[in-house]
Write a protein that binds this ligand. Structure first.
Ligand code: CAA
Length: 388
């Protein structure tokens, strides 16, 4: 049965997230963007009302919401400000490898750390010379007794300056390509250096930093999954988080669409509101269809996960379509505003800048197409999520 009706609980969650976005995020979003200010106070409030760490299972101290629930929340919060949502949602990305590959003891320890102590965590995969090509990473982890010693630098790390701990990918067998990568949970200590806070085009409220590990020691119990199985763990993580990115892109597009439709009904040219001109109506109509389609692809990719099924293909469909839609819809929203859309005083300008990262992080638009092509042309015969 296919049914797009939300449950009463999901409607309440959507309302909670929408209210939060409207009252706590929107009023400050354009100010945060101007100065690139990290939204610490908003994160604290979101933690209090239960809008952070939503995927943490009940046995590890969280609310255990479904992936679909998460997407519903992420769309609303990103409607408020996607830079703020990137900061709010980062724990989900960082913690996914822990819940996929950690021991029961480690899952309990870090589930509690997130949900009771309110810690922040970052996902450290990308390096200056290893972006799309994950297996090109150079960070090394060398086993010494019952510890691993990590050396190397990770860049573009969301929440990097504020994280209390990190999930870090490093080479444990440098000659084995993607089969020589392992994942670790690393606590921040004085061997972990945070620098180079990036000055970004969009999502300026989110923090993006470089993290360097200098002889950082990690107890072997914090190896996530088996040694040399870290690449798969990273891919499985991204399968689980890309639906959330697609939901965020849908939220950005919806915000731009709403601003554009309101403006089109007010702005008069040639004696009538511009919404009366077919040229504008067709722009608005395409926006509406593409936003609906983004949401449907997003929900499909999340529901598959909730059903315990592999969603690699659908996750890339959703991420690539919703991200491209966010870019197109925000660009068209600027077009509907005409010259005013290009002025910072008008809100759509920020949305167009914010949308760009959706086509870049968690796998570029081209990487999503690569995954879609491979999954379509050479489908792997795996029905259930692969194990690590
Ligand atoms: N689930 C499980 N296993 C998978 C998988 C998946 N979705 N995808 C691939 N694998 C497995 C393959 O089966 C293969 O296994 P074997 O070793 O048994 O053969 C192995 O992984 C290697 O697969 P590929 O040959 O497909 O690997 P590749 O080197 O060609 O890379 C890729 C594939 C899709 C390009 C991948 O590298 C990729 O997704 N790159 C993008 C990286 C990315 O998204 N980075 C974002 C960083 S996080 C971020 O942006 C957040 C932030 O904080 C800003």
């Amino acid at each position: 049965m296919v049914d797009f009706t939300l449950t009463d609980e999901q409607k309440s969650l959507r309302e909670l997230a929408h209210d939060f976005a409207e009252k706590e995020i929107r009023p400050v979003a354009w100010e945060l963007d101007k100065d690139g200010t990290f939204p610490r106070a908003i994160l604290d409030k979101a933690f209090e009302v239960g809008l952070m760490n939503t995927h943490v299972a009940e046995e590890y101290g969280g609310p255990g919401l479904s992936y679909l629930d998460g997407c519903i929340i992420e769309e609303e919060l990103s409607w408020g400000c996607s830079g703020v949502q990137t900061s709010l949602g980062c724990n989900g990305l960082a913690a996914a490898p822990v819940f996929l590959g950690g021991s029961e003891e480690v899952k309990k320890e870090y589930g509690t750390s997130l949900t009771q102590d309110g810690t922040l965590a970052s996902f450290c995969l990308t390096e200056p010379d290893a972006g799309s090509d994950v297996s090109g990473m150079r960070t090394r982890a060398v086993k010494k007794g019952d510890k691993y010693v990590l050396n190397g630098s990770k860049c573009f790390i969301t929440n990097g300056s504020y994280a209390d701990w990190y999930t870090v990918y490093a080479k444990t067998d440098p000659d084995a390509g993607h089969r020589g990568i392992s994942a670790f949970l690393v606590r921040k200590d004085d061997t972990v250096i945070v620098d180079k806070k990036e000055d970004k085009m969009g999502q300026r409220a989110s923090n993006t930093a470089t993290i360097t590990f200098n002889d950082t020691e990690v107890d072997a119990k914090y190896l996530l999954g088996d040694e040399n199985k870290g690449f798969k763990l990273a891919m499985m993580t991204l399968d689980r988080t890309r639906p959330g990115v697609a939901a965020m892109a849908t939220g950005i597009a919806r915000a731009a669409f709403e601003f554009a439709t309101e403006y089109s009904k007010e702005r008069v040219q040639f004696g009538v509101p511009i919404a009366m001109h077919q040229a504008i109506q067709f722009i608005i109509a395409d926006m509406a269809t593409e936003i609906e389609a983004s949401r449907l692809l997003t929900w499909q990719s999340a529901v598959l996960l909730d059903q315990g099924k592999r969603n690699t293909l659908q996750s890339s469909h959703a991420k690539r379509f919703a991200a491209d839609t966010a870019m197109k819809v925000t660009t068209d929203a600027v077009q509907v505003f005409g010259g005013y859309g290009f002025i910072k005083e008008y809100k759509v300008e920020k949305l167009m800048r914010d949308a760009k990262i959706m086509q870049l992080y968690e796998g570029t638009a081209q990487i999503q197409r690569l995954v879609i092509a491979r999954e379509t042309l050479m489908p792997r015969r795996v029905e259930e999520p692969a194990s690590v």
